[in-house]
Design a protein around this ligand. Structure first.
Ligand SMILES: C[S@@+](CC[C@H](N)C(=O)[O-])C[C@H]1O[C@@H](n2cnc3c(N)ncnc32)[C@H](O)[C@@H]1O
Length: 277
């Protein structure tokens, strides 16, 4: 059996697990506060376990899960064990009934412990751990045919203990970085720039548009002026080269396997790690 560890409790598109060694190699040796405004599954923060961290995401249901795990771990585990153990013979029907329940709660904006447990259950039982919503913001990913437990209790407890020392917020990345200053380390892993410029990948019902990428690049320049250490990852595309090239930043190109990709022929790719120090 796997040892319990502090770690991601959801599988997340664009998760940075396979880049951890390259990220660690390029980290500043010392820094004050750690900022991660696009936290997703949190592969990087859970690898580094910084003492003084702020994590943020625009996805309120995801952030609700972080907050509930931090503040109500016993109740979270009771809820998720109850949901897991009622799966029965027909996993498929059960999954879709849980998805309906989750969406009903989302519509009523019930960001509570039950929503957090449903969120993690759906993440572990949906196709590829994708978080995809329709135009109304409702979760619409199909079942992955698994009946596995959604989490490891001991790991969730250790993760909860770590999160007690972390500031957690939900909102836009720019606002999350408003207090970042000299000597702070800001790790920026936004939704990817499209490989094909006509297809913008959408993580939220708003999506992350060309304008969002331009706004992020302006923030990167501003954080540089403020004296922050910045590290940003993205696809190695022309847009990213236009936004960050020729500014004196260090751009490393790294090879990756793409885990979540609808095109099975396109599972290898290149990413960039851009540092301003
Ligand atoms: C590539 S994922 C981050 C993956 C993460 N590094 C990991 O290891 O799992 C990008 C995240 O940015 C979030 N996001 C999208 N638009 C945002 C915005 N305007 N402000 C903050 N977060 C945003 C998405 O909800 C998503 O979780």
């Amino acid at each position: 059996m796997k040892n319990a560890t502090v770690g991601p409790f959801v599988k997340w598109a664009g998760g940075k697990r396979q880049l951890l060694a390259q990220i660690r190699e390029r980290m500043p040796r010392e820094y004050n506060r750690y900022y991660e405004p696009f936290i997703g599954g949190g592969a990087v923060v859970f690898d580094l376990l910084p003492e003084n961290a702020l994590i943020n995401d625009i996805n309120e249901a995801l952030i609700n899960a972080y907050v509930q795990i931090r503040e109500n771990v016993d109740s979270f585990l009771d809820n998720i064990n109850r949901i897991d153990s009622a799966i029965g013979e027909d996993g498929k029907d059960y999954y879709y009934s849980m998805r309906n329940l989750y969406n009903m709660k989302l519509e009523k904006m019930e960001y509570d412990i039950e929503l957090a447990a449903l969120f993690v259950f759906l993440n572990k039982h949906c196709f590829n751990g994708l978080y995809r919503v329709n135009s109304k913001g409702l979760f619409n990913v199909p079942y992955n045919n698994s009946k596995r437990m959604s989490c490891d209790e001991e790991s969730i407890r250790m993760t909860s203990d770590y999160l007690k020392r972390v500031t957690i917020s939900t909102g836009d990345f720019e606002y999350a970085c408003r207090n970042a200053g000299r000597g702070d380390f800001v790790f920026l892993d936004s939704p990817y720039a499209p490989l094909n410029p006509t297809s913008f990948e959408s993580y939220t019902k708003e999506g992350f548009t060309l304008e969002s990428h331009e706004r992020l690049a302006r923030l990167y320049d501003e954080l540089t002026e403020r004296g922050c250490y910045c590290m940003l990852t993205n696809h190695n595309t022309e847009l990213i080269e236009q936004l960050y090239g020729n500014k004196g930043y260090t751009i490393s190109v790294v090879n990756v396997k793409r885990m979540i990709n609808s095109d099975a022929n396109n599972r290898k790719g290149q990413e960039v790690i851009i540092c301003n120090y």
